[in-house]
Design a protein around this ligand. Structure first.
Ligand SMILES: *[C@@H]1O[C@H](CO)[C@@H](O)[C@H](O)[C@H]1NC(C)=O
Ligand SMILES: CC(=O)N[C@H]1CO[C@H](CO)[C@@H](O)[C@@H]1O
Length: 734
C-alpha cells in the first residue's frame, strides 16, 4: 500500500541490461560511421573501376545505417507490464464499467461463419459480469448465412456461458476448447462436457449445411423474424441497414439455462449503396461506435478481428487494471495486446508471428509513451476514440459511466438505430476525421492510434504469458507478401499524410515514439537499398570487380564487426523472444522477400498514386485453405504455386545470385585464382553465398519439387531469362 492508501493496479518494470545495450549499440554505430567514411573516402576515380556501383553502395549503406539508428528507438528503453487483477476486484468489483466488444467480419467465404461465431462465443464468455458485456458483430458481407450462424450461437451461448463459468473452462472458443482435449476428472463434468460437445456439433452441422446450400432454407427463415430484413436485399454492395438485437441483456426473458443474465448480442450490417464509399473496416467500426452508444454505451470498447478468439477469459480485467488505476489510469487511451496466432508452425515459415516486434520492439515503444494501435486485440476508451483530448485534470468517474439507456421497446429501438448506420449519416460530420477511426488510409488503425497519441494520450502494451487473443496466420507465401504490401503501403501513406509522425507528431509525441513510427512508415522505401545490395555486389563479383575492402585492409574490420555483431545479436534476440534457430533463418528469408517484393510494390504504387496514376492494381488473393496447401504448411514447405509478379521478382533475384555464384566457382576452378579472389572479394563472396543459401527452398521449388506448391514453369522461364539477360549485359556490355 502506497501513500494516501493508493494501491497501484499495475506495475511497470524496466528491461534489464539497458546500459550494456546502449554501449553495445554505440559501438555498432561507430562501426557504421567508419563504413561511411571508408565509402566516402575511397570513391574510385574512373568509371572503369566501378565508380557508379561504388556510389550506389554508399547510398545503400547510408540508408541502412540511418534506418538502423531509427530501430534503436525501439530497443533503448524497453518496459514490461504486470497487472494485479485481485486488487481490481477488491476495489471495484461492484463498479466495473460496461464493455462493448466489436467483432468485424467482411465475407462469409473468406471468413467462415463458424470461425466468426467461435470468436463471438469466446468473448461473450469473458469472466466478467454479463449484464455489463455487449457484443456487436459488424458484417460487411451483409450475409444472412453469417446472421444465421450468429442466431445459432446466441442459442448455444445459453449453455456455453454457464458451462465455462462453472468449470473455469479455457480457452472459451468452443472449437479451440474441444480440440485442447480438456482433461476432466469427475464423471459429472465428463457427462456435461459430452452433452455440450454434442450441442456444439449439432449446431456446426446445421450451419455447415446452410453454407453448402449457399442460402437459408425457408424453414429456418420462419425461426426468426430477423431474416425478413433480407427481403429488400439486392446485393452485398446494395442493401438497407440490417440490425438485430439477438440477445437484449436488459430483457428479463433473456437468461441462460441457469437463469443468469446473458450478454447483449447485436448483429449489424450497415447500409451499403454503390454510389457511397464505405471506408472498409474504419467505416464499419464507426457505425458500431454510434449504434452501440445507443444500446449499451459501454465506456470501454474492445475490438477484435473475426478470426481472433479470446484465449484468456481475464483479458478484460487485465485491461481495466490500466484504465482504472487511480494514479495513471486517466492518461491511458488504449491497451494493445499482441497479435498472436494459433496455427503457427514450429519454425514459423513465413515469419507471421513478428516475434521480435511483439517481444522487444513494442515494449520499446511502450517505454516512449505507448505502442501503436494495430486494429485488433485492443481495448479503447470510448471517448478518446471519439476524439476527446487529454486533460491532466479530468479524472474518470467510472461509477457514473454505467447508466445504460433505459430499455425502449426493442423493435422501436432497432428501427430508430438504423439511421445511425446509414450511408448518409456521416455526411458533413467529423466522423472519419476528428471522430472515430480515420478514413482514407489502408492502415486506419495505426493512423488512428497516432492521432490519439498526438492528443496527449498514452497507450499501454500488455503481453501476458498466456496470450489474450489468437488469430489465423497467413499460410502461403502469397498471402504473407500481399499482407505486407498493404501494411507497408499504408504506413508510407501515413508518412505522407496530414497526420505524418514527421511533422504532425513533432512536439506532440515523445521523440523516441516518433522515431518508432518512422521505422514502420519507412518500411517500403527499404526496398531500394535492399534490392541494390542483393543485385549489384553479385554482378560485380561475376565481373571480378571488388566493392568491399580486402581482408588485409584495416577497413575490413568495421564491416566485419558490424555484420557479425548485428547478426549475432539478432539471432540472440530472436531466441530470447522464444523462437528457434531455424525460425530465425526463415525470418531472414522472409525479411529479404518482403523487402524485395512487397515493399517494392508498395513503394511503386505509392509513387504512382502521388503522380496521379492509378496503382498497379494487382489482385488480392483469397485465403486458400485447401487440404493440400495446409498440409504443406504444416510440413513447413514454402508455397510458391502462384505466378504473381511478386514471386517472379523473388525468383529472378534468386536465379541472378545463383548464376553469379556459379560463375565465380567456374572461374576459380578453371583459372586457379582461388586464393586471390578470397583475399580481394571475401565479403562479396559471403554476401552472394548467403543470398544463395537463403534461397535454397526457392531453388528446390524450381528444380526438384513435383507438388502443386512448386514454382510455376512460366515464372521459372521468366526469371531465368531475366537473370541470364542481366548477367550477360553486365559482363559484356557494361
Ligand atoms: C491459450 O490458452 C491455453 C489455456 O487455455 C494455454 O494452454 C495456451 O498456452 C494459450 N496459448 C498461448 C499461445 O498462449
Ligand atoms: C498448424 C495449424 O494449426 N494449421 C492450421 C492453421 O489454420 C488453417 C485455417 O484454419 C488450418 O487449415 C490449418 O490446419
Amino acid at each position: 500500500m502506497g501513500r494516501d492508501g493508493y494501491v497501484p493496479l499495475f506495475e511497470t518494470k524496466r528491461a534489464k541490461g539497458r546500459i550494456i545495450y546502449r554501449f553495445f549499440s554505440a559501438s555498432i554505430f561507430v562501426g557504421i560511421v567508419l563504413i561511411w567514411v571508408y565509402r566516402a573516402s575511397h570513391i574510385p576515380s574512373s568509371r572503369d573501376d566501378g565508380r557508379l556501383g561504388w556510389i550506389g553502395m554508399l547510398g545503400a549503406e547510408l540508408w541502412f545505417g540511418l534506418y538502423w539508428v531509427l530501430t534503436q528507438s525501439q530497443r533503448w528503453n524497453r518496459i514490461y507490464r504486470y497487472t494485479f487483477k485481485d486488487r481490481l476486484s477488491q476495489r471495484y468489483e461492484n463498479e466495473l464499467p460496461g464493455v462493448d466488444i466489436f467483432v468485424c467480419t467482411a465475407d462469409p467465404i473468406i471468413e467462415p461463419p463458424m470461425v466468426v461465431i467461435n470468436t463471438v462465443l469466446s468473448v461473450m464468455a469473458y469472466e466478467y459480469p454479463s449484464e455489463k458485456l455487449s457484443v456487436y458483430l459488424s458484417d460487411d458481407g451483409g450475409s444472412d448465412l453469417t446472421f444465421y450462424a450468429l442466431l445459432e450461437a446466441s442459442r448455444f451461448s445459453k449453455h456455453w456461458i454457464p458451462y465455462c463459468k462453472k468449470y473455469k473452462a479455457e480457452p472459451r472458443s468452443p472449437a479451440a476448447y474441444f480440440v485442447s482435449d480438456p482433461d476432466q476428472c469427475d464423471a459429472n463434468h465428463a457427462k456435461h462436457l459430452a452433452s455440450i460437445k454434442k450441442l456444439y456439433e449439432d449446431m456446426e452441422r446445421r450451419i455447415e449445411t446452410a453454407m453448402k446450400l449457399g442460402r437459408i432454407s425457408e424453414e429456418v427463415k420462419l425461426e426468426h423474424k430477423g431474416f425478413s430484413q433480407w427481403d429488400s436485399y439486392s446485393s452485398r454492395r446494395d442493401h438497407d441497414t440490417i440490425l438485430q438485437l439477438l440477445i437484449d441483456g436488459r430483457d428479463p426473458n433473456s437468461k441462460d439455462i441457469k437463469g443468469c443474465t446473458l450478454p447483449t448480442l447485436v448483429y449489424l450490417a450497415r447500409e451499403k449503396r454503390p454510389q457511397h464509399h464505405h471506408n472498409f473496416k474504419a467505416g464499419a467500426m464507426n457505425a458500431l461506435i454510434r449504434v452501440s452508444s445507443e444500446i449499451s454505451n459501454g465506456p470501454i470498447i474492445l475490438n477484435v478481428d473475426c478470426d481472433m478468439y479470446s484465449n484468456n477469459s481475464d483479458s478484460i480485467r487485465d485491461a481495466l487494471c490500466f484504465f482504472m488505476d487511480d494514479e495513471k489510469g486517466h492518461e491511458v487511451a488504449f491497451v494493445q495486446f499482441p497479435q498472436n496466432f494459433h496455427n503457427i508452425t514450429k519454425n514459423d515459415l513465413y515469419g507471421s508471428l513478428l516475434r521480435v516486434i511483439g517481444e522487444v520492439e513494442f515494449p520499446g515503444l511502450d517505454g516512449h509513451g505507448g505502442p501503436f494501435y494495430i486494429g485488433t486485440g485492443c481495448f479503447h476508451r470510448r471517448d478518446t476514440l471519439c476524439g476527446r483530448k487529454f486533460s491532466s485534470k479530468a479524472r474518470i468517474e467510472w461509477k457514473h459511466k454505467n447508466d445504460r439507456k433505459t430499455a425502449k421497446i426493442v423493435d422501436d429501438l432497432e428501427e430508430s438505430l438504423k439511421g445511425l448506420a446509414s450511408c448518409t449519416y456521416e455526411k458533413n460530420t467529423q466522423w472519419g476525421n476528428e471522430m472515430g477511426l480515420k478514413y482514407g488510409c489502408p492502415v486506419e488503425d495505426v493512423i488512428t492510434g497516432l492521432s490519439i497519441q498526438c492528443q496527449g494520450w498514452k497507450s499501454v502494451y500488455f503481453n501476458p504469458p498466456r496470450m489474450g487473443f489468437l488469430g489465423i496466420a497467413a499460410t502461403t507465401l502469397d498471402q504473407s507478401l500481399v499482407q505486407h504490401k498493404r501494411w507497408s503501403e499504408g504506413d508510407l501513406q501515413i508518412l505522407l499524410s496530414k497526420y505524418s509522425p514527421a511533422w504532425y507528431g513533432l512536439g506532440r509525441i515523445h521523440p523516441g515514439l516518433l522515431l518508432g513510427y518512422l521505422t514502420y512508415c519507412l518500411w517500403a522505401p527499404n526496398c531500394l537499398a535492399t534490392l541494390y545490395y542483393a543485385i549489384i555486389p553479385s554482378l560485380y563479383l561475376l565481373r571480378g570487380m571488388p566493392l568491399f575492402p580486402q581482408v588485409s585492409c584495416p577497413w575490413f574490420l568495421p564491416f566485419v564487426y558490424v555484420v557479425a555483431v548485428k547478426y549475432i545479436y539478432s539471432f540472440g534476440e530472436f531466441l530470447w523472444s522464444g523462437g528457434t534457430a531455424l525460425g530465425w533463418w526463415n525470418e531472414q528469408r522472409i525479411w529479404l522477400y518482403k523487402r524485395t517484393s512487397s515493399y517494392l510494390f508498395a513503394f511503386v504504387d505509392t509513387i504512382l498514386r502521388l503522380l496521379g496514376f492509378s496503382d498497379t492494381g494487382f489482385i488480392i488473393s483469397a485465403k486458400v485453405s485447401e487440404q493440400e496447401v495446409s498440409q504443406r504448411y504444416e510440413q513447413e514447405m514454402m508455397e510458391f504455386g502462384s505466378s504473381s509478379p511478386m514471386v517472379t521478382i523473388l525468383s529472378s533475384l534468386a536465379m541472378l545470385n545463383l548464376f553469379c555464384f556459379v560463375g565465380l566457382v567456374k572461374k576459380v576452378v578453371m583459372t586457379q585464382v582461388g586464393i586471390r579472389v578470397y583475399e580481394t572479394m571475401a565479403l562479396q563472396i559471403l554476401l552472394c553465398g548467403v543470398l544463395v543459401a537463403i534461397n535454397l527452398p526457392l531453388y528446390n521449388a524450381i528444380f526438384l519439387r513435383k507438388d502443386n506448391g512448386k514454382m510455376p514453369s512460366s515464372v521459372t522461364f521468366k526469371s531465368v531469362s531475366f537473370a541470364l539477360f542481366a548477367c550477360t549485359c553486365f559482363t559484356y556490355l557494361y
